[in-house]
Design a protein around this ligand. Structure first.
Ligand SMILES: [Zn+2]
Length: 358
């Protein structure tokens, strides 16, 4: 007789028997086995970014049975994302859903046994303690180096390994950083060329994304199941269009005087002097402006103010308010962040911001 699926109980687990087969093929893979599967269920992972890399990484880890996944992102879904950001569908882009919200929804549908927390926020040093609490691993899926250096300092200070991933065009690279064992990202900055092109100039194809996701997630599975002896420990890079694959040994790159992982590490990127207030978003004619202090905005109030703008078009959903006015579009999030579309100039963006929001 065919078993029917029982409804999910409030804590996110499923109280039926039809799901017992879910991980059978992964458990059959000898290095993981039932013990590795048990470890995955006990694992907690933070994914920084819910774009292309974050979508792929999150889906793979949640399908694999990682027990708790927090995925944080500051942006919302657009049509130009659908070509490669696998968690999102057309309705998400139409509704301009925050990626963290759309991702959580989709991930819970994929695996109701997983505890998935989607967090709509820009990652700052203030947020990291709460986001990374209890995490055994941090997955990098951001689109900018400032956030990576922040994550690197935080991870080195707290002793949490993290897995770097980046891709542009048909090219990608990845490396796992283990505190005390490997060099860190800051060690490598001076010896290894870490890109320069952006998706703004070079575009991107989905297979490059999936390749990086696979490199990152394979190391994640090794780490979380306790197979540290199997870790790759190289900086891997590839170009799927020109058919090049490289793995660089970087053991000797570890610097004893590194400010992020050396003997007298001061973790420079955790200090206020390195906090950004204005960012130009990769691949978009957009500037993000962040308040200096944490705020909680009343979006209804903002929407009401926007409606008084002559010739302005206002759109509202539970997560953001947007105003199209002249050549610019402002998108205001509850945490006080504002995206100013229609400019790459931070100064112009601040002017537009102040014009409508004070
Ligand atoms: Zn270092």
């Amino acid at each position: 007789m065919r078993e029917t699926k029982a409804p999910a109980v409030p804590d996110g687990t499923i109280s039926n028997h039809s799901s017992h087969d879910r991980y059978s093929r992964q458990e059959r893979f000898q290095p993981i086995g039932p013990e590795g599967q048990r470890r995955l269920k006990e694992s907690r992972v933070l994914i920084v970014g819910a774009g292309a890399l974050g979508s792929g990484t999150a889906e793979m880890l949640v399908r694999a049975g990682v027990g708790t996944v927090t995925i944080v992102d500051r942006d919302y879904v657009e049509w130009s994302n659908l070509q490669r950001q696998q968690l999102y569908a057309e309705a998400d882009a139409d509704e301009r859903l925050p990626k963290a919200v759309a991702a959580e929804r989709r991930l819970k549908a994929i695996n109701s046994e997983a505890h998935v927390h989607g967090v709509v926020a820009d990652v700052t040093v203030d947020e990291l303690d709460a986001l990374a609490a209890g995490a055994q691993l941090i997955m990098d899926a951001t689109d900018n180096f400032d956030t990576r250096l922040l994550v690197n300092d935080y991870a080195m200070k707290k002793g949490i390994p993290w897995i770097y991933g980046a891709c542009v065009g048909s090219y990608g690279m990845s490396m796992m950083f283990v505190p005390q064992e490997t060099p860190c990202l800051n060690c490598l900055l001076e010896t290894v060329p870490l890109g320069g092109a952006t998706c703004d100039t070079a575009g991107i194809i989905a297979p490059a994304v999936q390749m990086v996701v696979s490199y990152q997630t394979a190391e994640a599975l090794k780490w979380l199941t306790g197979h540290h002896e199997a870790l790759r420990h190289t900086l891997v890079s590839f170009d799927l269009w020109t058919n090049q694959h490289t793995a660089i040994g970087v053991k000797d790159a570890k610097r004893p005087d590194c400010p992020s992982c050396g003997i007298d590490a001061a973790y420079p990127y955790l200090s206020a002097a390195h906090h950004r207030k204005t960012d130009i978003l990769c691949g978009r004619d957009t500037v993000q402006i962040r308040p200096a202090h944490r705020v909680e905005l009343d979006l209804d109030d903002i929407a009401e103010r926007f409606r008084s703008v002559r010739h302005g078009e206002v759109r509202v959903n539970p997560y953001l308010v947007s105003l199209q006015a002249d050549a610019h579009r402002l998108v205001v999030f509850r945490d006080g962040r504002v995206l100013v579309h229609g400019t790459k100039d931070p100064v112009e963006a601040r002017i537009v911001h102040d014009r409508y929001l004070g």
